[in-house]
Write a protein that binds this ligand. Structure first.
Ligand SMILES: O=C(O)CCC(=O)C(=O)O
Ligand SMILES: [Fe+2]
Length: 355
C-alpha cells in the first residue's frame, strides 16, 4: 500500500478529525469477581460483587454498547504469542501472504482489499474460524439450500502462527461465554440463557494490520460500521486509532489503549435478541502516518442455522418484537459475498428486518 489511491478516500463527511474528543470514554470494568467461576454453572463465589458487575455491564451495554475489561482471566502469554506471530506474518512480502489469500470459494485467510461501505480500508487481514470446519450455507440466495464447510488456510510461515491462533481462540471462547452469562443476567435472564446459541458456532478471529498511511486525514483503517455478530472481544496494541460513536451526542471518541485490557462491544445480534434494550454502536479505525497498528478482534457468532429474533422473555404486547426473524448463516454469507461482487442487497443490514 503505497500512496493513497482514490479507492481509499472517504467522502468529506466521513473523514476523521485527527484530534478526536478525549473527553468521557467507554467504561472500564474490572472482572476480578469472576475469577475461578463460570457464571453459567451457578457456582457463584461472591454474590454481591457479581451483582455489581452485572449492573455495570448492563449500564455499559445500554449507554455505550462498548466497554473495556481488565482482570479478565485470559492468560497474558497466549495473547502475547498471537500478537508476535501476527507481526511476523504481516512483515512478510506480498507473495508469501498471498499464498493463503482468500477468494470467492474460501473466505478465510489473507486479504488486503476489504471495503467498508464501498470505500477501501487501509489495512490487511488474516481470518480464521474458531471451529474447524465451520458449516455455512452454500449460497446466500434464500431459495438455495445446502451447506458447505469453511476450512482454515494456514500459512507455512511463520510456522508457529497456527498453534498460537488455535490456543488464543480457545482462551477467548471461555471469556466470551462468561461475558454472555453476565449480559444474560443483566437482561434479567438465567446466566445460561445464551449457551445453546453457541453449541455450534461460526465465530471467527481476525488479525488486523494497519500500515502507516501517508494521508490519514483522507482514509480510514476500517470505515464506520457495526459488528454483525453477537459480541466482539478486541485486543488492540498500544498505538490507538479505534473510535466509537458516542450514543449520547454522536461524537467520535477515542478508545484509549490500556495494557492487557480487552475492548468488548455489543453486536447486531444482541441488539435484536434484546429487542433493542442494548445497542450495537458504530465504530471505525483512524490510521496515522508514522506508526503501524495491530489488533485482533474475536467475533462471537452463533451457528448458521440460527434464526435471530427478539427473545420471547423480552417481548410482550406492550413491547412487541421489533425484528422479523432472519437466518444468521444467510446473513453471514451475503456479507462475505458482497466483498467480491455487487449483490442485489449490496450491504445487508439488520435494518432490513426491522418491523
Ligand atoms: O482494529 C480495531 O480496533 C477494530 C476493528 C474492527 O472494528 C473490526 O474489525 O470489526
Ligand atoms: Fe468492528
Amino acid at each position: 500500500m503505497g500512496e493513497v489511491n482514490p479507492a481509499f478516500i472517504q467522502d468529506a463527511e466521513h473523514r476523521p478529525k485527527l484530534a478526536a474528543t478525549q473527553a468521557e470514554g467507554i467504561p472500564l470494568i474490572e472482572l476480578g469477581a469472576l475469577t475461578g467461576h463460570s457464571p453459567s454453572d451457578g457456582a457463584v463465589t461472591d454474590t454481591v460483587a457479581i451483582e455489581g458487575l452485572v449492573a455495570e455491564i448492563g449500564e455499559a451495554c445500554k449507554k455505550w454498547g462498548f466497554f473495556a475489561v481488565v482482570n479478565h482471566g485470559v492468560v497474558a502469554e497466549k495473547r502475547e504469542r498471537i500478537e508476535r506471530e501476527a507481526r511476523e506474518f504481516f512483515a512478510q512480502g506480498p507473495e508469501e501472504k498471498r499464498k493463503v489469500r482468500r477468494d470467492e470459494k474460501n473466505t478465510l485467510g489473507y486479504y488486503e482489499t476489504e471495503h467498508t461501505k464501498n470505500v477501501r480500508d487501509w489495512k490487511e487481514v488474516f481470518d480464521f474460524t474458531v471451529t474447524e470446519p465451520t458449516l455455512v450455507p452454500a449460497s446466500h440466495e434464500d431459495s438455495e439450500e445446502g451447506v458447505i464447510e469453511w476450512t482454515n488456510q494456514w500459512p507455512e510461515h511463520p510456522p508457529g502462527l497456527r498453534e498460537a491462533c488455535e490456543e488464543y481462540a480457545q482462551e477467548l471462547e471461555k471469556l466470551a461465554h462468561e461475558l454472555m452469562g453476565l449480559i444474560a443476567r443483566s437482561l434479567g435472564l438465567p446466566a445460561n440463557r445464551f449457551d445453546d446459541f453457541f453449541k455450534d458456532q461460526t465465530s471467527f478471529v481476525r488479525l488486523n494490520h494497519y500500515p502507516p498511511c501517508p494521508e490519514p486525514q483522507l482514509a480510514l483503517g476500517v470505515g464506520r460500521h457495526k459488528d454483525s455478530g453477537a459480541l466482539t472481544i478486541l485486543a488492540q496494541d498500544d498505538v490507538g486509532g479505534l473510535e466509537v460513536k458516542r450514543k449520547s451526542d454522536g461524537e467520535w471518541v477515542q478508545v484509549k489503549p490500556i495494557p492487557n485490557a480487552f475492548i468488548i462491544n455489543v453486536g447486531d445480534i444482541i441488539k435484536v435478541w434484546s429487542n433493542e434494550r442494548y445497542e450495537s454502536v458504530e465504530h471505525r479505525v483512524v490510521v496515522n502516518s508514522e506508526k503501524e497498528r495491530f489488533s485482533i478482534p474475536f467475533f462471537f457468532t452463533p451457528p448458521h442455522y440460527t434464526m435471530v429474533q427478539p427473545l420471547q422473555e423480552l417481548t410482550d404486547e406492550h413491547n412487541p418484537p421489533k425484528y422479523r426473524p432472519y437466518n444468521w448463516g444467510k446473513f453471514l454469507v451475503t456479507r462475505k459475498a458482497s466483498n467480491f461482487k455487487k449483490l442485489d442487497v449490496e450491504n445487508l443490514q439488520i435494518q432490513h428486518f426491522r418491523i
